[in-house]
Design a protein around this ligand. Structure first.
Ligand code: RAM
Length: 908
């Protein structure tokens, strides 16, 4: 009887558990179990898993944090009534340097049920004070070959006499570093410590190396490359931008099982030499001579008697910060799709994808045999290997064999943007098995997929994603191949919202924005590139409209996409400083001074006899962005509760718009630059009085028709073009642009075989000739900004600004064009959001998924609610579906909570 009772109880408990919401995906500072953060009050986030249960919300949470060592409680919230599951700020006792903490959370849902405690999550604190660094900066003790500057090796032997419980190594460098312990590579990150405004902020990384240590004799080693620090950077052939010496800082913290600790640090006791990397620069590539391999140099057995000592330098440690963003790691690999001889007789391998990274090569031959791998994005018209567009970037890896068997080469401290390689000096036939292209990029989690019934659009989406992969390499770069690869602010700004859909770029941009603020000039002007290697306070190289606005637009976009208020708090003074700069440089609220890139790479015609080049006044553009940034500062002031600023900037904005209309708009609403970009910006940023808006959008639509349904916009107009058209009832025109496949259009490069987004609409002209080699990149993400419209309008996944970060979701698909099927899935901070729609005979079917602890307004394309069903049930009786107060022409809006919904309505 008792047994039966127990069984009965057990059955009921498990049934309750099943119905319970689960807490999962715990993150600290937007990362899963980070091992090294230096936020003194880290923020905790989690997701709720409620299966497909409808309308599940969190009503309360309880969170506890304890130190891993001694299990001592550091913070306990008790039960807090709140639906907040993102960015709960730690408010416990001070967190200690180098310590690991464990946390758990449980929640209560809106059915009053408590979840179980989550699985434990952890985070490690980094070096919170400069004094925690016992390590010393070291440089090689030998005289450097100042021409080739081969990569130095550093090493140190040490012994561990007790049983190791755990070990962590903290490393950074001037230049790039790679470390080894006992002959094994430390971690799987590349191009560390990444690129920041080195003189103000230098990131260090931490690695758990417990598994690399052994009882008794051990050794630690590191090698350095010139990298961004002192290698060739920027297009004026400058070197040594941050300094002429590269240096290492390394601290290994060992904890024994008895609780005692030992610290091994870089200092005067280390030895130095050089090895096989005889040269390595970012643009040029690497020269690796395998005859110079130093066998076992990072093992304890190695005898370093013949090595030089090191020099200790007193470089500052005050600028050191823990790494915020994901490191660069290896990702996809590609095998040759074709090996062939060009008309010129070059031996070329095609990897089928324009990617960023390098090629791993296996080869056997004689000592001294030299093989050169050159990189190119395209072949020219006759089919030869084409490198003119790389400008001064040599983009070539040189390998010297040591002989005596198979050797595997991979470059170090460099990367290239390429689809093709040219192989020289290879004595046998090229064999596909011996060559592998490896893509490297910042290890951001993929978040979004967008597929459609149109294969060309799917290819466009592929190209957008590869543009992102290729150019999100620790900083957002303009291009990855020529002698540039810089953090161009305009490009980053226009692509930033699209980027949030494809991958989780939260910490990637949070880190880069700190450099935006750090490098901002005293005047408030923002450099053209971040980190700034083109100017300084005395000789500014910035302040271009649409570029400098990165300082305002990207923080706002990150807030919208991730709901992270702290980004706004951190950037607020930088945002305001830029708006102040524009205000200071305007007269009667009109900003019409300074040098600007304008609507960069807009449609233009040589020998333009009928005036069809789409030139938009740069000052007209400047006034639009002046207004836009001011608007975003107003929005930010509201979020931060700063009423005084809100009022101030609201008044300023009204004056900016008035000045715009007075200067650039006729009473009938003709804008003085009668171009697509002028109308797009004026409409997107609400520059025109209400009564002039629809006519302006009609002028825009007519302008597009005049060009035979082609866009003529450059970097600044393009991102908003389709948004403006769909907002003002010209969805048909927007779709015509999206689906256009003759130049200029998004699908023209796709038709020409592009595998990434091009810098120019006509990088390869219809006749196969190439645009000017001085500026013609085939991997430039800016025009990929159409991705935002595809996710946000075509599929219709968006967030309400009052519920940012997809706490309050909008699902509003826009059927049109020849599309019969769209599937967009997006992993938001709260979980997966899906919007699929499909034309099925006479019906439009919508499949919608909404994660727990969020709400959504779903707009169903229909004239009225009758006839709409959800999983076969009339809308009015569908569980968890209520009519919404919101409305939009052509849609029926309903409110839903979490769950999976299938709507059906008559095809619009
Ligand atoms: C080019 C860059 C970038 C652009 C600037 C103005 O050199 O590649 O795309 O922002 O110029």
């Amino acid at each position: 009887m008792r047994k039966l009772l127990l069984l009965f109880v057990a059955f009921h408990v498990s049934a309750i558990c099943l119905a319970q919401v689960k807490v999962q995906y715990l993150q600290t500072e937007n990362a899963v179990n980070p091992i090294c953060i230096d936020a003194l009050n880290p923020r905790f986030s989690w997701q709720l898993d409620a299966g497909d249960k409808r309308g599940v919300m969190q009503t309360a949470y309880e969170l506890k944090v304890s130190s891993a060592k001694g299990k001592h409680e550091a913070w306990k919230t008790g039960k807090v009534s709140s639906d907040q599951s993102m960015y709960i700020i730690y408010k416990g006792e001070p967190l200690a340097s180098g310590q690991k903490y464990i946390w758990q959370v449980r929640v209560w849902d809106n059915a009053g049920k408590a979840s179980a405690w989550s699985e434990p999550a952890s985070f490690g604190m980094g070096m919170l004070n400069a004094a925690d660094w016992k390590a010393k900066w070291i440089t090689p003790g030998f005289v450097e070959d100042s021409v080739n500057r081969p990569s130095p090796l550093f090493r140190k032997g040490f012994s561990l006499n007790k049983k190791v419980a755990s070990a962590m190594v903290y490393i950074t460098s001037h230049g790039l570093y790679e470390a080894q312990i006992n002959g094994k590579r430390v971690g799987d990150a590349f191009l560390t410590p990444g690129w920041t405004t080195y003189n103000k902020r230098l990131q260090y990384q931490a690695y758990d190396v417990t598994g690399l240590l052994q009882p008794g004799a051990n050794a630690v080693g590191a090698t350095l490359g010139s990298g961004w620090y002192r290698g060739h950077i920027g297009f004026s052939n400058q070197k040594n931008y941050y300094g002429k010496d590269i240096a290492l800082l390394l601290q290994l913290e060992v904890t024994y099982t008895d609780g005692s600790t030992e610290t091994i640090v870089s200092d005067e006791s280390w030895k130095s030499s050089t090895g096989p990397v005889r040269f390595a620069e970012i643009y040029a590539g690497a020269t690796i001579d395998n005859r110079m391999q130093v066998k076992n140099w990072s093992t304890a057995a190695f005898d370093d008697k013949s090595w030089s000592g090191v020099m200790v330098k007193d470089y500052t440690k005050n600028t050191l910060v823990a790494t915020v963003n994901e490191p660069v790691r290896k990702h996809e690999t590609f095998k040759p799709v074709k090996i062939f001889k060009t008309p010129k007789g070059e031996e070329v391998i095609d990897f089928g994808q324009n990617l960023v990274g390098w090629v791993q090569m296996k080869v056997s031959g004689n000592a001294g045999d030299t093989i050169r791998l050159s990189h190119a994005e395209i072949l020219d018209k006759p089919g030869n290997f084409y490198t003119d567009n790389l400008r001064a970037a040599r983009a070539q890896d040189i390998y010297v064999l040591k002989g005596g068997g198979e050797e595997t080469f991979e470059p170090q401290f460099t990367w290239q943007g390429f689809r093709y390689i040219k192989v020289e000096g290879y004595k046998k036939d090229l064999n596909a098995a011996d060559f592998t292209a490896i893509a490297l990029y910042s290890d951001m989690k993929p978040t979004g997929t967008f597929t459609s019934s149109n294969d060309m659009i799917n290819k466009l989406q592929h190209n957008i994603q590869w543009g992102q992969k290729g150019n999100f390499l620790d900083v957002p770069t303009d291009c990855p191949q020529r002698d540039e690869r810089l953090g161009w602010t305009g490009d980053a700004q226009v692509f930033s919202r699209t980027a949030t859909y494809n991958m989780n770029v939260h910490n990637f941009f949070a880190k880069w924005l700190k450099d935006v603020a750090a490098d901002q000039y005293k005047s408030g002007s923002v450099p053209h590139v971040i980190p700034d290697v083109l100017g300084n306070d005395k000789n500014e190289s910035g302040g271009s409209t649409g570029w400098a606005d990165v300082s305002v637009i990207v923080p706002w976009n990150m807030y919208v996409a991730y709901g992270d208020k702290q980004i706004l708090e951190n950037q607020y003074s930088s945002m305001k400083a830029w708006v102040k700069y524009m205000e200071n440089h305007s007269k009667n609220d009109l900003w019409n001074t300074g040098g600007h890139f304008g609507d960069w790479l807009f449609y233009s015609v040589n020998d333009d006899t009928d005036g069809s080049s789409a030139i938009t006044s740069k000052y007209l553009i400047a006034q639009c962005f002046f207004a836009h940034s001011t608007q975003l500062v107003i929005n930010t002031a509201k979020v931060l509760g700063n009423k005084q600023d809100e009022d101030y900037y609201t008044a300023l904005l009204a004056r900016i718009k008035k000045a715009f209309v007075n200067e650039y708009v006729t009473p009938n609403g003709l804008i003085s630059s009668d171009t697509q970009t002028a109308y797009v910006l004026a409409l997107e940023f609400d520059m025109l009085p209400e009564n002039l808006r629809q006519q302006a959008s009609d002028r825009l639509a007519n302008n597009i028709r005049r060009y035979g349904n082609h866009l003529t916009t450059g970097f600044l107009g393009t991102p908003y073009l389709c948004h403006v058209l769909s907002r003002f009832n010209h969805v048909d025109v927007a779709y015509r642009l999206l689906l256009q496949d003759t130049y200029p259009s998004w699908l023209y490069p796709v038709k020409m075989g592009a595998t990434t987004i091009w810098e120019r609409w006509d990088g390869i002209r219809p006749d196969g000739s190439l645009e000017t080699p001085t500026m013609n990149s085939y991997n430039h993400y800016a025009y990929g900004a159409i991705g935002d419209w595809m996710y946000r309008v075509v599929a219709g996944i968006d967030t309400k600004e009052e519920g940012p970060g997809y706490k309050q979701i909008i699902i509003k698909p826009t059927p049109g064009g020849n599309m019969t099927n769209i599937e967009a899935d997006y992993n938001t901070t709260y979980g997966k959001v899906s919007s699929h729609w499909k034309i099925d005979g006479g019906n439009l079917l919508m499949h919608v998924e909404i994660p727990a602890n969020t709400t959504a307004t779903v707009y169903i394309p229909a004239a009225n609610a009758t006839g709409i069903t959800e999983k076969g049930v009339a809308l009015s009786s569908a569980p968890g579906v209520t009519m919404a107060n919101e409305s939009a022409t052509g849609y029926v809006a309903v409110n839903v909570g979490s769950g999976v919904y299938d709507f059906s309505t008559a095809k619009p």
